[in-house]
Write a protein that binds this ligand. Structure first.
Ligand SMILES: *Cc1c(COP(=O)(O)O)cnc(C)c1O
Length: 392
């Protein structure tokens, strides 16, 4: 083992203790009222598409995030799909998406019949780079009465999806500014950033709409689930309508006025969500403590940067992440091998989306930063429960 490798392993040991035998990347925790609410839900027989927990979960999400409305749905991808449709994305449009993201961000665009158009990230946030975006659009796009047109493909660029990578807020202020200049609706992919704020405002509430995910590996979980956040009541009403088969309310008539989706979150899942939301402040506290412990250790290690919250932002530190100061797939993979062999589940970042077979043909900006990040980021074990094992 060389110095970097042994330092890396020693740092993990020091923060997490010896794995016995294995420390997962992110584990859900059910130490609150989860069982009570689930039992109550089953006893009520309202386990499916209607019930008090769905209403309660939506109200509590809106309250926690400060969004005017939250609409609970089956997963984060479905939330993104509907948010894009409501932003006016139509088949054949392009949507600007970070190349460095989970595949769901691009999939939701494809589900609209639209084409993801990949753009670059910045080192400080791991998210979309507003300046690079502005320079790029200046070069390739043109505002017309029909909207923003990509001069190279003649297609309309219909929206942009900033994503808050691993819970770290993207540079939203400058991005909103660029988006406004180019008349682009902003849909925030806040799937990873429940509890993260940008200049005091919750992520996912600054664009036209935002989305959350409650998949099993996210900061809170409903088993599977997601939500659309928006401050526009009319958009919230449409989102609720479209995600619940577009049925007009009536005591007995089945009248649907649109091709709708069956995307609603079952009451059973919402019951789990209500209990998890009560635990969220404690999860956030623990995750920030864990991040601090990592940060204290890694600042002593040459060759490794710990990614911390951008300025004027609070991060939920969903997945703690280090960056190699010298980007190298080989070094990255060696560190991944020794950590995983030792029982610390560490993972690389996602393969850049334009390398996936279904997206290789899609338009893209130069991606120099994303390409460096791809071979220099490593996610570290990040479960809130790890904090009880933190050493003094
Ligand atoms: C988790 C996630 C989603 C949504 O995922 P679902 O599994 O559909 O809930 C979307 N975007 C990003 C960046 C994610 O991490």
């Amino acid at each position: 083992m060389d110095t970097l490798e042994s330092n890396f392993l020693a740092a993990l040991d020091q923060v997490l203790g010896k794995p016995s035998p294995f420390i997962p990347l992110h584990e859900p925790e059910f130490g609150g009222r989860e069982r009570e609410f689930l039992n109550h839900c089953i006893d009520s027989t309202f386990v499916s598409s209607v019930g008090q927990y769905v209403d309660q979960f939506e109200a509590q999400l809106a309250e926690f995030t400060g969004a005017k409305a939250a609409i609970a749905v089956v997963n984060g991808t479905a939330a993104l799909h509907i948010a894009l449709l409501l932003a006016g994305v139509t088949p054949g449009d392009e949507v600007l998406v970070p190349a460095l993201s989970f595949v769901a961000t691009a999939n939701a665009v494809a589900h609209c019949g639209a084409i993801p158009h990949f753009v670059d990230s910045e080192f400080s946030t791991l998210g979309l780079d507003p300046l690079a975006l502005q320079n790029y659009l200046e070069r390739i796009a043109q505002v017309t009465p029909q909207g923003l047109i990509n001069k190279l493909t003649q297609r309309r660029i219909a929206a942009i999806i900033p994503m808050h990578t691993y819970g770290h807020p993207v540079s939203l202020g400058p991005l909103l500014h660029v988006a406004k200049h180019y008349q682009l609706p902003v849909i925030e992919d806040a799937a990873e950033s429940l509890g993260s704020t940008y200049q005091g405002t919750h992520t996912g509430t600054l664009g036209l709409a935002g989305i959350l995910s409650f998949n099993g590996n996210k900061i809170i979980t409903t088993g599977g689930g997601g939500a659309i956040l928006t401050n526009h009541q009319d958009l919230a009403n449409q989102a609720k309508h479209l995600t619940t088969t577009a049925k007009q309310p009536h005591r007995w008539e089945f009248f649907h006025d649109h091709v709708g989706w069956n995307y609603r979150l079952p009451n059973l899942n919402a019951a789990l969500g209500c209990a998890q939301l009560m635990e969220l402040p404690m999860f956030l506290e623990k995750k920030r403590q864990l991040a601090q412990a990592y940060q204290d250790i890694f600042k002593e290690i040459e060759g490794i940067n710990f990614i911390h919250a951008p300025e004027n932002c609070l991060s939920n530190y969903w997945l703690n992440t280090i960056q190699l100061t010298q980007p190298s797939r080989e070094i990255r993979d060696r560190l991944l091998t020794i950590a995983n062999d030792a029982g610390f589940q560490c993972r690389p970042t996602w393969t850049l989306l334009h390398r996936l077979p279904m997206y290789t043909h899609c338009p893209r900006a130069p991606l120099p930063v994303a390409e460096q990040l791809e071979v220099s980021l490593i996610n570290l074990p990040s479960s809130p429960k790890l904090v009880t094992g933190l050493r003094d």
